[in-house]
Ligand binder design. Structure first.
Ligand code: CUA
Length: 176
């Protein structure tokens, strides 16, 4: 590995030092890339307000849609500033089709389907998960702004797929 032959001692020392710096920076850039990738994933998944999870019922795919919280289609208060919303997709509507939630509260959506695949997407937010029969998908989201949000279906599910729209009304914080 003697590629410093023919150089003056100063040049040889200079090259050796330059190579150390190159190795240091190549390694450093790799470490930065890894940190950037992990940081971006963390930001998207965690800080961006999305935490997802699933429960599945392989033996009886219609079970979750039949069960109590989904049947009632309610917004359930689960804490001082936390709510659970149980949402069932059916060809071709979401149940419940209008919900009210307060601004700034942590909302956990439990989403399933009673028939085929539907896509649960809240427009203007990163909330987007697939409603699957026999699977309860979970997504947490906090609405920072009051107003009307539309839940659309983004998974083609038949003739009236395009009409499968529900509404979330986010009431301004402080409204009783
Ligand atoms: Cu439901 Cu498309």
């Amino acid at each position: 590995m003697d590629n410093h032959s023919g150089m003056s001692p100063f040049e040889a020392a200079f090259h050796a030092s330059a190579e150390r710096h190159e190795r240091f920076w190549i390694f450093g850039v790799l470490v930065m890339l890894v940190l950037l990738t992990i940081g971006t994933m963390f930001y998207v998944v965690h800080d961006y307000g999305l935490v997802t999870g699933t429960r599945s019922y392989a033996t009886d795919p219609q079970a979750p849609a039949r069960e109590a919280p989904f049947q009632d289609g309610k917004v359930v208060r689960t804490g001082p500033n936390a709510y659970a919303v149980y949402m069932v997709g059916r060809a071709w509507h979401w149940a419940p089709d209008v919900i009210h939630v307060p601004q700034g509260a942590e909302i956990t959506f439990y989403v399933t389907s009673a028939d085929v695949l539907h896509g649960f997407e809240i427009q203007g937010t990163p909330v987007n998960l697939t409603a699957v029969p026999g699977v309860v998908g979970t997504v947490k989201y906090t609405f920072r702004h009051a107003g009307l949000f539309r839940i659309i279906c983004n998974e083609y599910c038949g003739m009236f797929h395009h009409a499968m729209v529900a509404r979330i009304i986010v009431d301004p914080a402080g409204t009783p």
